[in-house]
Design a protein around this ligand. Structure first.
Ligand code: FAD
Length: 411
């Protein structure tokens, strides 16, 4: 499988350097190679794909990955597209007693144009991205940990920034794309400030088996400590669980045996899909949303979780990362076409300004939903009213546009 290269473009004298071999770094390298840029990709030696987690991909993100050849790339024995679960319905409910567990407060059905979204195993997506990266003649993969950054280079002055590797090498870089995750060493080295919101919540993630088929429904229930979400998997009786709750409750639930955990699941879900059981080990992820106040520094741009790690309740973190990549690629193309410095301040400022509205809106929407629905009866009563408002057609249409990735004129 190869990336379809358009005509070759100049990556500048000191090149484009992507740091991080996660879902964002791989996709960024592929997107730039697809437009003819040569890229160096730094990944840590010990990278391994997450076996438990899944990612929900919205229609714009799906189209973008498809355009890069990712959907046709091999995830094991099959093309990635064949391993996805389409989402045809989204049901959202709360913990007010209702007759049936599938009675909803708000719901979305798939439009004529196709599924509302798709669920992909992170492991499969990583394999497909990796296959394309390995096959691309324009991407050079380097196993190294980047330990530091300086805005200038000792030999080239302002014409290059410096990337320092764990081997002590100082690499000149025309443009650095920091896709090194929420604890980004590059972001810290560049002194880019983050705003962090710790509400002491943790998400328990696992694959569950369902007594009744999910029928490609995504189901989410807002509970006192946070939302519980079940996302359909390609297998009709498997779902991916992301259950947010207070950190102390998660710590206790992580300790109980599988039978006790199944009882807790049935209690919390009201036996949705006939009852739920663990089909994998469970994993806990602290939820500490954060975003960089400004996502660029000299010759450096933050991409993905390095720039914004949002609450996972709406399944939008990676979609936002792909939005970063699409925007950056467009901004670089424009600069390249007009002979500009692709790592220069004008280019980076344009990228930062263009990303700001979507990142802020998604951050506020996910934080706001979490604050409104979690913690305390009074808030949840308010949330019930909020849901009624959210069910009004114009508000629903707006939410749909934001979640699908179409709000900002992509796709
Ligand atoms: C429970 C949970 C559920 C989620 N569900 C969804 C969902 O349904 N839909 C969705 O869109 N998003 C979802 N997300 C968000 C999504 O998983 C992330 O946004 C996405 O994985 C971020 O990828 P990344 O590559 O930016 O960061 P990471 O996955 O953190 O990758 C960073 C990479 O950089 C490497 N690295 C770090 N430091 C260095 C260094 N110094 N030198 C070299 N390499 C380095 C790391 O080894 C790693 O490979 C979820 C998140 C959580 C926690």
């Amino acid at each position: 499988m190869t990336v379809s290269c358009q005509h070759s473009r100049s990556s500048g004298k000191h090149g484009i350097h992507v740091v991080g071999g996660g879902l964002t770094g791989y996709a960024a390298a592929l997107a730039l190679a697809d437009h003819g840029y040569s890229v160096r990709l730094y990944h840590r030696d010990e990278e391994s794909a997450d076996p438990l987690r899944t990612t929900t991909i919205n229609p714009v993100a799906y189209g973008f990955l498809k355009s890069l050849g990712v959907m046709d790339a091999a995830a094991g024995d099959t093309p990635l597209a064949e391993t996805l679960a389409p989402i045809d319905r989204i049901l959202v409910t709360d913990d007010i007693p209702r007759e049936k567990p599938l009675d909803t407060v708000i719901n979305w059905d798939k439009p004529e144009t196709g599924p509302l979204a798709w669920v992909v195993r992170n492991h499969d997506l990583t394999m497909a991205l990796h296959a394309l990266v390995e096959a691309s003649p324009l991407i050079e993969c380097i196993a190294a940990r980047i330990t530091d950054y300086h805005p200038q280079h000792p030999d080239y002055g302002h014409a290059a920034a410096s990337l320092i590797t764990d081997q002590g090498e100082t690499i000149p870089a025309g443009l650095i794309l920091a896709a090194d995750g929420r604890n980004s060493a590059l972001r810290q080295a560049a002194s880019l400030r983050v705003i962090t919101r710790n509400l002491h919540q943790t998400a328990i993630v696992a694959i569950l088996s369902l007594d009744a088929p999910h029928q490609n429904m995504a189901w989410q229930k807002f509970l006192p400590g946070g939302p519980m979400a079940l996302m359909p998997m390609p297998e009709p009786q498997l779902a991916s669980l992301v259950w947010s709750m207070k950190t102390e409750d998660a710590a206790q639930l992580m300790e109980v045996d599988d039978d006790r955990f199944a009882m807790a699941l049935d209690d919390a879900s009201g036996k949705v899909f006939g009852g739920l059981r663990l089909a994998s080990p469970k994993q806990a992820f602290p939820i500490i949303p954060q975003h960089a106040v400004w996502p660029v520094a000299t010759r450096l741009a933050l991409l993905g979780d390095a720039g914004h790690a949002i609450n996972p309740l709406a399944g939008q973190g990676y979609n936002l990362a792909l939005g970063d990549i699409m925007t950056l690629r467009d901004v670089l193309n424009t600069a390249g076409d007009t002979g500009g410095d692709i790592g220069g301040a004008t280019v980076l400022k344009t990228y930062a300004r263009r990303r700001w509205p979507e990142v802020v809106m998604m951050t506020m929407a996910t934080d706001g939903l979490n604050m409104l629905f979690s913690f305390g009866k009074r808030r949840r009563r308010l949330a019930g009213m909020g849901m009624a408002v959210a069910n009004l057609p114009p508000i629903k249409a707006l939410a749909e546009k934001l979640a699908s990735g179409r709000m900002f004129n992509r796709g």
